[in-house]
Ligand binder design. Structure first.
Ligand code: SF4
Length: 295
């Protein structure tokens, strides 16, 4: 029987930071008219991350063209592309004093380039405004279009991320339009492209507690590693609202440690595994750990 959010175990509640130091971050985000996945996805780490002065920017507005059963981002008809958004991201990142910037987006199946151009422009704006900045992008699947992936990777993000989200069997239940195999292909193509240009790392993430078995999770981690992806994050799925997919179970802390050990044995250069881990959680530290040691 699915568990309810009324009975959240202590280890899935982030008590670090209570928005005490987050005011300046919120002010700058509002001033820059920027959207964050932290707020839109109701991330449990928002107090900690904003307190640390970090946030993950979400490009192309707050409205997504897809509807996934795990995600609280609004679905609908998005607004037109804002050509000034990349410069505002760069300026806000500079004002926040960020040296490592994580940028993601809503799915934009309505755009001819599916939002790839906005990633490219944002990476360029960040590099111009913040020389030496490290940039991590977390993209959708671009419907598997290699030319769009190629454009983003040619902009040379330090980390290219695309999340598989869950195991093969559960994917149709929780991902709106994306498929397991297409996401693997995105990772495979990304891996090839970063190897060819000799720059960048590929990262992926999965949620647990969605009804998957440990064997299925193990298969998925092997599938991800087989694409050349070198960084993996594993975190507990939390139901954003009662309208979303139910939590099947809360994975215990010792299991996250076992999963991390297994991922390392499979060959990942770096693993972040824990109930509160999200793909952008302490992403700067994950990258700092893996830099120079990725296979
Ligand atoms: S973990 Fe990522 S999405 Fe969540 S608050 Fe931190 S930066 Fe934002």
């Amino acid at each position: 029987m699915p568990v309810t959010q009324q009975r959240l175990p202590s280890w899935v509640v982030n008590r670090t930071g209570r928005l005490g130091n987050a005011e300046p971050v919120i002010r700058r985000l509002r001033k820059g008219r920027l959207v964050t996945v932290c707020e839109e996805a109701r991330c449990p780490n928002i107090g900690e991350c904003f307190d640390r002065g970090t946030a993950t920017f979400m490009l192309l507005g707050d409205t997504c063209t897809r509807r996934c059963a795990f995600c609280s981002v609004t679905t609908g008809r998005p607004r037109p592309v804002d050509p000034l958004e990349p410069a505002r991201v760069a300026e806000t990142a500079a004002q926040m004093g960020l040296r490592y910037v994580v940028v993601t987006t809503v799915a934009r199946d309505d755009l001819a380039d599916e939002g790839a151009g906005q990633f490219v422009r944002t990476i360029a704006a960040l590099r111009k405004r913040l020389p030496g900045v490290e940039v991590e992008v977390l993209t959708g699947d671009f419907n598997g279009r290699e030319e769009l992936l190629g454009r983003v990777i040619a902009a040379r993000p330090d980390v290219f991320g695309h999340n598989l989200e869950t195991v093969r069997r559960v994917t149709p239940q929780i991902r709106g339009r994306a498929t397991y195999d297409r996401s693997l292909e995105v990772l495979r193509v990304a891996g090839r492209l970063v190897r060819e240009q000799g720059f960048g790392l590929v990262k992926s993430g999965v949620m647990v507690g969605l009804g998957e078995t440990r064997e299925e999770l193990s298969e998925t981690m092997k599938d991800i590693r087989s694409t050349g992806c070198s960084i993996i994050t594993v975190g507990q799925y939390l139901r954003p609202t009662r309208a979303h997919h139910a939590v099947a179970r809360y994975v215990e802390p010792h299991e996250f440690e076992e999963i991390a050990a297994q991922a390392r044995a499979i060959g990942f250069a770096e693993v972040a595994s824990g109930a509160l881990v999200r793909s952008s959680y302490r992403a700067d530290k994950v990258f700092a750990t893996v830099r120079g040691s990725a296979p």
